[in-house]
Design a protein around this ligand. Structure first.
Ligand code: G3I
Length: 530
């Protein structure tokens, strides 16, 4: 039964807990979302009234589907202009808000018998539910105005129901107030659908972890960093701590501290870890390795390094970038065979790649072994060269489990911004080899996007949506990791020295349109399925 105290308590809860005045951005976003859920309440009641009693389950579900899609579209739009992640903290859990509301509508009407009474109440309640939930949107700007409006709307509902709900022959509670209580329950349920969904929860819901690369000392030094990671990521990559030079600076000498810090943080937070990178010939090679006397000494160095690192984290790391960037760096002069001119390639040829993978596999039989490259998101000679290298390695029996598409969009190569279809075709091309694929280092430069008719941050959001949307459509795409999460710490500024803003959060930890594009992609997949 519906006790009036419960309803009143619910509205008081809404008025005290949820409706303090909020920043304009949040109010705009939150009210747009509430408006959508308000309309959904009316639509669902209409569907319930019309189809519940006809036993036409298929038609009812079809129409509910339409309501869900309208809400998802309205919320994605609201989020994209919100510019404020706390919008998610005030409003409902995306698509399942509609499902929760549909279940509530069903429950509220189910107890009204006979069915014609339930149908009638459903029709009558539509208008009132919509108006009450929209009052809650007003509360996002003024708690007092909302209270006044709510009182007015409830009084009007009570008057109308007393005129149009003579519930003779209906049970339970044929009184208008009983009908009103049911309407308020629905409105409260719609407005109270407030449960944040950061990228972590959304990623977990669709089974595609959203990852971030970190430097542990940056996380430790910035109080805003960890709370954002907790909400927005389910996977960590060590940006530098697990590379050869920092972790193994001399034969027999190890510096596991920073790498252990990444592992410990991930395990404390229940996050996945991508290991990066066991061998990167172009950078992060310690002097002793560069000075190897010949192939045998280099093989010995490889064995000591890979075995030492992989063994330490065996069973704790989900994936290793065993070899990073075997191709000639895009920013370097091209080599004759397109492969990176480094000490491994010079002394061992491409056999160093195979040896690295076999050593990693021997040290940890369970970890997924990836070959990670940049500049392969779009078709062309570079992607073809890399594809041929991968096929060659697979034919040799090299235990490659996956391909990492770094995704430094707009940087490597310069000013190239793949759309979703391009990303999807590239991911599928390698997935069709029976491999997992991941986008492992996504960021989108705003410096080199020429000729776009859209404002830079909007275009950047489109590029994030393209990459995320593509991965979410390719079944073997196992995750998307951004290379950092806040512009404040991007490698593009520190390593390239460019004034770029390539990440989903700005220097002040405010989410950018790119963040909401990522959320929108995840909502879309969550709802529309693979
Ligand atoms: O830690 C030392 C510090 O002790 C020293 O004082 C300082 C000055 O030399 O250098 C510090 O190390 C730097 C390190 O970043 C940590 O800040 C290295 O010099 C610098 O080369 C290194 O840059 C990293 C770069 O890879 C090269 O390893 C970037 O942070 C990192 O974002 C970047 O990431 C790579 C991926 O691993 C592979 N894909 C491309 C991507 C971007 O280049």
């Amino acid at each position: 039964m519906f006790r009036s105290g419960a309803i009143l308590g619910l509205l008081l809860l809404l008025s005290s807990e949820t409706f303090a005045a909020v920043p304009p951005d949040l109010a705009r976003c939150g009210s747009a979302k509430l408006e959508a859920i308000a309309q959904a309440c009316s639509d669902l009641l209409g569907i319930e009234a019309r189809f519940r009693n006809r036993g036409n389950e298929g038609e009812r579900e079809r129409r509910r589907e339409g309501v869900r899609r309208r809400v998802v579209a309205a919320w994605a739009e609201a989020e994209s202009f919100a510019g404020d992640a706390t919008c998610a903290e005030r409003t409902a859990r995306g698509p399942d808000a509609v499902d929760a509301l549909a279940a509530l509508a069903e429950e509220v009407l189910a107890e009204v018998t006979p069915p014609r009474c339930a149908a009638r109440l459903g029709r009558l309640a539509r208008r009132h539910c919509r108006r009450l939930v929209n009052v809650e949107a007003l509360a996002l700007v003024s708690a007092q105005k909302a209270d006044e409006a709510r009182t007015r709307v409830v009084a009007q509902a009570r008057r109308r129901l007393s005129l149009r709900w003579p519930g003779q022959g209906c049970s339970p509670g044929a009184e208008p107030d009983d009908a009103l209580r049911r309407v308020l329950t629905l409105a409260g349920g719609a407005a109270a659908q407030a449960s944040p969904r950061g990228l972590r929860e959304l990623g977990d819901a669709v089974g595609v972890p959203v990852g971030v690369s970190i430097e542990p000392f940056e996380v430790a030094a910035d109080p805003d960093y960890l709370p954002t990671l907790r909400r927005e990521t389910g996977s960590l990559t060590a940006e530098n701590a697990m590379k050869w030079a920092p972790i193994h600076p001399a034969p027999g000498q190890w510096n596991f501290g920073p790498a252990d810090a990444v592992m410990d943080l991930a395990e404390e937070e229940g996050m996945r870890v991508r290991g990066h990178a066991l061998v990167w010939g172009a950078l992060s090679v310690p002097a002793y390795v560069e000075a190897a006397s010949g192939p045998e000494q280099l093989r010995a160095y490889l064995a000591e390094h890979i075995t030492g690192v992989v063994d330490r984290y065996a069973g704790r790391i989900a994936q290793w970038d065993v070899v990073n960037e075997p191709l000639s760096a895009i920013l370097d002069p091209p080599t004759s065979d397109g492969l990176d001119d480094n000490v491994f390639q010079r002394l061992l040829g491409t056999a160093y790649i195979a040896e690295a993978f076999h050593l990693a596999r021997a040290a940890d039989p369970t970890v997924r072994l990836f070959l990670n490259e940049n500049g392969i998101a779009a078709p062309g000679p570079r992607q073809d060269l890399f594809y041929d290298l991968v096929v060659d390695l697979l034919v040799q029996g090299v235990p490659i489990d996956g391909i990492g598409f770094q995704g430094h969009v707009g940087l490597t190569p310069l000013a190239v911004y793949p759309d979703r279809a391009t990303w999807e075709a590239s991911l599928r091309r390698f997935a069709d080899l029976g491999l997992d694929v991941e986008i492992t280092e996504l960021d989108v430069s705003v410096l080199f996007r020429f000729g776009s008719s859209r404002p830079p941050l909007r275009a950047q959001a489109d590029d994030y949506r393209a990459a995320f949307g593509a991965c979410l459509r390719v079944p073997r795409c196992r995750g998307v990791t951004t290379w950092g999460i806040s512009d404040r710490y991007t490698w593009v500024r520190s390593f390239l020295g460019l004034p770029d803003d390539p990440l989903p959060f700005d220097d002040g930890w405010i989410p950018k349109p790119a963040y909401f594009a990522m959320r929108g992609s995840l909502y879309e997949r969550l709802y529309t399925g693979p």
